[in-house]
Design a protein around this ligand. Structure first.
Ligand SMILES: *Cc1c(COP(=O)(O)O)cnc(C)c1O
Length: 366
């Protein structure tokens, strides 16, 4: 296997599949007049991944952190860059220098942002976030929202209000539906009346809003989604379109031990390496394999899934993942490299650690 030339563990990225996911999602969204901000934070703004996003038909390249924006800028990306975490007061210099548009929800920050944009001689674009129940960022009070919009429009000369947006599902697990999307549209129209012009963008959320575009229930006025997870992993809870690849990313880890052992720990039970009391099922003697990757690399073991049928993850410590391979025991030995599917939750860790090598394939490897 040629893959053996790479140092394990590694994360393989199929850039062609990523590009196809982007193309398909962009096309389906464009059919409903919805543009996309392509969110690259899930892959820690990996340059090869950023390049695929930037070369696609997304309107913006977006991420949550200014250190990632700096990397993207240094790559010479021409697409407008969007900062999607409402910024710290202490990072506004970078926000203005590195992004073209940012999401905002606090007037103190907005005023300071205007002063910084003035200092840098720039016109910085902002979108005001509205909280419609998820209880993360956003204006809660409609009047406060409208008066912030009016202040930006009339007094903050170095800011340009380009739209309003909402974030759902992330903290409060609130599902995007016609009710909250209509609420967003109606608040957008309040803002438009107050400032006396239409807004360029009404942003109806993230990957969890895509199902409404696909089933035709997204209100027409919503014209921007900020998409990361569904592009990178091909789906999101409740929405796995048949036109996306679910295997853009493959985790490969090496077997370092494989032998028969009891399935119930032997001795006096206390807590595991992370202070938890796990449950162990006694299934007698079974073949177990250890692979050299652990929770430090991917977070929670439920966020990776073995590709080979018959393998089950029993648990993990910081540096080891323990597999039950009894049902496939003739096919597994020390030194083998096993493949795993990776969920978004694992991806954010795997792309963030020096211990996991990233190997990109396809897309002429720019
Ligand atoms: C992370 C994030 C997104 C993208 O979310 P996905 O679920 O990856 O599509 C969009 N908007 C904001 C504000 C975010 O923080």
């Amino acid at each position: 296997m040629s893959a053996n030339q790479n140092r394990c563990p590694f994360l393989e990225v199929d850039l062609d599949k990523l590009r196809e996911n982007l193309e398909e999602l962009i096309e389906h969204c464009h059919d409903s007049s919805v543009e996309i901000a392509g969110v690259v934070k899930g892959a820690t703004a990996l340059p090869e991944v950023v390049r695929v996003f930037a070369n696609s038909g997304v309107r913006f390249v977006a991420t949550s952190r200014v250190d990632q924006l700096r990397i993207i800028r240094q790559m010479g990306i021409q697409k407008p860059l969007m900062l999607i975490r409402i910024p710290m007061l202490s990072e506004l210099e970078d926000v203005v220098a590195l992004s073209d548009v940012s999401l905002q929800s606090d007037l103190t920050v907005i005023r300071a942002l205007n002063a910084e944009a003035q200092r840098q001689g720039k016109l910085h674009q902002v979108m005001l976030m509205i909280d419609l129940g998820d209880l993360r960022e956003g204006f809660w009070d409609a009047e406060e929202l409208v008066s912030a919009a009016v202040e930006i429009e009339t007094s903050l000369k170095n800011l340009q209000l380009i739209g309003v947006g909402v974030n759902l599902s992330c903290y409060g697990s609130i599902k995007p539906n016609t009710r909250n999307m209509q609420g967003l549209v109606s608040l957008a129209s309040d803002v438009e009346k107050a400032i006396g012009r239409p807004l360029e963008y009404v942003s109806g959320g993230a990957s969890t809003s895509v199902h409404m575009v696909l089933n035709g229930t997204m209100p027409y006025r919503v014209n921007l989604l900020r998409l990361g997870e569904i592009v990178l992993t091909g789906g999101i809870y409740g929405c796995y379109p048949d036109f996306t690849h679910k295997d853009v990313f493959t985790l490969k880890a090496e077997v370092v031990e494989c032998r028969d052992k009891p399935s119930f720990p032997v001795g006096e039970l206390t807590v595991d390496a992370f202070g938890k009391i796990p449950h162990y099922e006694d299934r007698g003697i079974r073949r177990r394999a250890l692979v050299a990757i652990g929770r430090v690399d991917y977070g929670d073991f439920t966020s990776i899934t073995p590709r080979m049928a018959g393998i089950k993850i029993l648990g993990a410590s910081s540096d080891h993942t323990i597999l039950d391979v009894e049902d496939v025991k003739d096919r597994i030995k020390v030194g083998d490299i096993l493949e795993f599917n990776v969920s978004y939750a694992a991806l954010v860790y795997l792309t963030n650690t020096q211990s996991v090598q990233i190997v990109c394939r396809g897309e002429d490897l720019v």
